[in-house]
Design a protein around this ligand. Structure first.
Ligand SMILES: [Zn+2]
Length: 58
């Protein structure tokens, strides 16, 4: 059985997920967490960009 490199649990299968352009193999649980973290990171980058953009128009 494959072992998840993140939580070190043995799982039926590992899923390949791309995070920040890097491919990682994770179990289903870690995959969800990693995807959420990646989404939050992208959202906060957008939020910072928006703040910078609005600054000039005030
Ligand atoms: Zn895992």
């Amino acid at each position: 059985m494959p072992e998840c490199p993140s939580c070190e649990d043995e799982v039926d299968e590992l899923h390949v997920v791309k995070i920040h352009g890097k491919k990682r193999k994770l179990c289903e649980d870690c995959l969800e967490v990693a995807q959420e973290e990646a989404e939050i990171a992208e959202m906060s980058e957008d939020a910072i960009r928006d703040m910078m953009g609005y600054k000039g128009s005030w």
